[in-house]
Design a protein around this ligand. Structure first.
Ligand code: PEP
Length: 250
């Protein structure tokens, strides 16, 4: 059965001291069990330190991005084997900030996804529409296309290592949240689309996270929807107690 997951995307925030302080806050706050997998994605330079500081906890440290190639002339990039050499098991791919700010195409995102899965990393695959798509009524088509291009060449076995994160771009970092009904409607659509390619079992086993201004005040209502299996959380993950409140919304 699919897992509930709450993942914190710290983006380009927190230096080493702040990374350590936030992890300390999380560890202090983790007095009770949480009913979900808990992940944090600090910046690349601090992954090793974060990994070592959390390996005695339920917190999994994940990466925010990865290169499609294993090694070589790729200045500034970080490879799957590099991440694996420091214990990282999961990577976020296709975040809208990578797509929009850094021009990552569907083709590149597909290559990254394949590279990560081929080597055994788990992938949190992000998709989501812009406001214009939604206003024009194209949101289902846009997101379906991202899923088709990014995931439909995978095997069913590889799909077991994929978590989908639906993040409407208009709700990321804006304070604007999709309503629980809008999230449910898209998640159910994505699950049935995944079923058309990979079958019912795989579709039912795929965790689909919602991302876009999730906070303690709205998490429980969003997570209560049957096809929402957790959240990818940006801003609110930078505060230890808010992040744990979100995780405790399950
Ligand atoms: C994100 O960046 O993935 C995100 C959902 O950010 P926020 O929670 O701040 O909207």
């Amino acid at each position: 059965m699919r897992k509930n997951i709450v993942a914190g995307n710290w983006k380009m925030n927190c230096d080493l001291a702040q990374t350590q302080a936030l992890i300390t806050d999380l560890k202090k706050g983790l007095v009770n069990d949480v009913n979900c997998e808990l992940m944090i994605a600090p910046s690349h330079p601090f992954l090793y330190n974060a990994f070592n500081s959390t390996c005695d906890t339920v917190i999994e440290v994940v990466a925010q991005n990865v290169c499609e190639a294993d090694s070589g002339a790729y200045t500034g990039e970080i490879s799957v084997p590099m991440l694996q050499s420091i214990g990282i098991k999961t990577v976020i791919i296709g975040h809208s900030e990578r797509r929009d700010t850094y021009g990552e195409t569907d083709q590149l995102i597909t290559a990254k996804t394949k590279a990560a899965l081929d080597k055994g990393l788990r992938v949190i695959f992000c998709c989501g529409e812009h406001l214009e798509d939604r206003k024009a009524g194209n949101h289902f088509d846009t997101v379906t296309k991202q899923i088709e291009l990014g995931l439909f060449d995978l095997t069913a076995a590889q799909m077991e290592n994929v978590v989908v994160a639906y993040e409407p771009v208009w709700a990321i970092g804006t304070g604007e949240t999709a309503s629980p009904e809008q999230a449910q409607e898209m998640h159910a659509h994505l699950r049935s689309f995944i079923e058309t390619k990979f079958g019912k079992e795989t579709a039912n086993n795929t965790s689909i996270l919602y991302g876009g201004s999730v906070k303690p005040a709205n998490a429980a209502e969003i997570f209560a929807k049957p096809d929402v299996d957790g959240g990818l959380v940006g801003g609110a993950s930078l505060d230890g107690s808010s992040f744990l409140d979100i995780a405790n919304a399950f």
